[in-house]
Design a protein around this ligand. Structure first.
Ligand code: CAP
Ligand code: MG
Length: 435
């Protein structure tokens, strides 16, 4: 029978990527009856210029937009994509290619996009974070300790004025930030406008009483034009940040808001809710590393990366790699484990993104988080302050004490002897790792 497909045209084991190629690393498992060569050919084909059958006519420039699978090691393959394939500054298009149809191909039992190496030729159409870690520290006037924040809990249900009262207690306990939760936007009982107005009042009061800078991560997630309006409102009430649920809002909305937020001088806090729908299964989907890189590319200022010890998934090695990826300038290629690798990346002049550790934390876990990620991070502790036996303010104090102790290399048990709030927190939670 005559050849009806041309997948093998997308495989060349002698190919070497050029300096302008985008390179992706995939982990793949061919379906039964599909050879390795055919499987990797299909990945490159479907994510670039191919289709399932040979064609009658193709444009003469086809070669310039065809991807090439060029290095196969066990279940891993590297695919190189010519720069001509990509629209300048369109992050959605990039994902539609390298993380699009290919995940649904019957010829593959499983497919995972592990990492993506982005050349300067592609980076130059983006600006990256507006503030970065240094800019954020300047806004909050915090030199070297982790930046602290808490979400009002329960995550939804409070009225705007109850919410502002919880914010006040959080700030008075010593925290820098209060944060909206991922599913709190503007509901009948807690309107966005009311919340930002009432919280601004309480912020001014807390700032006056403590002499410290207090701010909030208020969730503007919604239809894109509405998000733009909300960004302006935040600016008008003197806020420094806008929070966006970046996965549910989508790449293009984040790109639009990156521009709007620059206009209003707002930093972007990226909440990653829904990421585990595609990054949790180690054999399929896309890693959190890729999402975090895409977010540094489009320019968020801080993003959730996990805790390793809290209530949500994410291993220690993985979150350290994500931390490195969003903060370092150059990352050498490294092979970590059989199913986990990191590609070379040069971020050029892109600012570092502040890594946010959150999810099931309480004072007893602070040393573990700081020992893993260092102190150039943001730490969010929510249930772990509002559940303190003496309430929110004492809970926040206990966390600040745990941070002080860790910065001074003193054990929490020892520090707790002279710090009541920490002692009470340890009495309730000890060092437990929540499930
Ligand atoms: C944490 C949190 C955050 C998660 C997000 C929650 O609350 O508000 O949304 O941390 O996960 O809803 O669970 P607690 P991640 O501090 O009370 O656990 O940071 O992994 O993206
Ligand atoms: Mg939350």
């Amino acid at each position: 029978m005559k050849n009806i497909d041309w997948y093998s045209d997308f495989v060349d084991l002698d190919y070497r990527p050029t300096r302008t190629d985008i390179v992706c690393l995939f982990r793949f498992e061919p379906a039964r009856g599909i050879s390795v060569k055919e499987a990797v050919g299909r990945i490159a084909s479907e994510s670039s210029a191919g289709t399932w059958t040979t064609l009658n006519k193709v444009p003469s420039r086809l070669q310039k937009v065809m991807a090439t699978s060029y290095e196969i090691r066990g279940n891993f393959v590297k695919v190189s994509y010519p720069i001509e394939l990509w629209e300048e500054g369109n992050a959605s298009q990039l994902l539609s290619g390298v993380a699009g149809n290919i995940f649904g191909m019957k010829a593959l039992k499983n497919l995972r996009l592990v990492d993506i190496s982005i050349p300067k030729a592609y980076l130059k159409h983006f600006e990256g974070p507006q503030f970065g870690i240094e800019g954020i520290r300047k806004i909050l006037k915090i030199k070297d300790r982790p930046i602290t924040g808490a979400v009002a809990k329960p995550k939804i249900g409070w009225s705007a004025s109850e919410h502002a009262q919880i914010a006040y207690e959080t700030w008075m306990g010593g925290f820098d930030l209060v944060k909206d939760d991922e599913n709190l936007t503007s509901t009948s009982f807690n309107r966005f406008e009311d919340r930002i107005r009432l919280c601004a009042k309480m912020r001014d009061k807390a700032e006056k009483e403590t002499g410290e800078r207090k701010s909030a991560l208020i969730n503007i997630t919604g239809e894109t034009k509405l998000m733009e309006k909300r960004a302006k409102m935040l600016h008008d009430f003197g806020w420094e940040y806008a929070m966006i649920d970046v996965v549910t809002s989508g790449m293009s909305a984040v790109q639009t808001l990156r521009e709007t937020c620059e206009e209003y001088g707002l930093a972007i806090h990226a909440h990653r809710a829904m990421h585990a729908a595609f990054d949790r299964n180690p054999r399929h989907g896309m890693t959190m590393l890729v999402l975090a890189k895409m977010m540094r590319l489009v320019g968020v200022d801080q993003i959730h990366i996990g805790t390793a010890v809290g209530k949500l998934v994410g291993s220690r090695d993985e979150i350290i790699d994500i931390r490195n990826e969003i903060t370092a300038k150059v990352l050498p290629e490294k092979s970590v484990k059989i199913n986990y690798k990191v590609l070379f990346q040069d971020w050029n002049n892109f600012k570092p993104v502040l890594p946010i550790s959150s999810g099931g934390l309480h004072p007893g876990l602070i040393p573990a988080v700081m020992n893993t990620l260092g102190s150039d991070i943001g730490i969010l502790v929510s249930g772990g302050i509002h559940g303190h036996p003496k309430g929110t303010r004492s809970g926040a104090k206990a966390v600040m004490q745990a941070i002080d102790a860790t910065m001074q290399k003193i054990s929490l048990q020892e520090y707790a002897m002279a710090h009541t709030e920490l002692k009470e927190a340890l009495g309730k939670w000890g060092f437990m790792k929540p499930k």
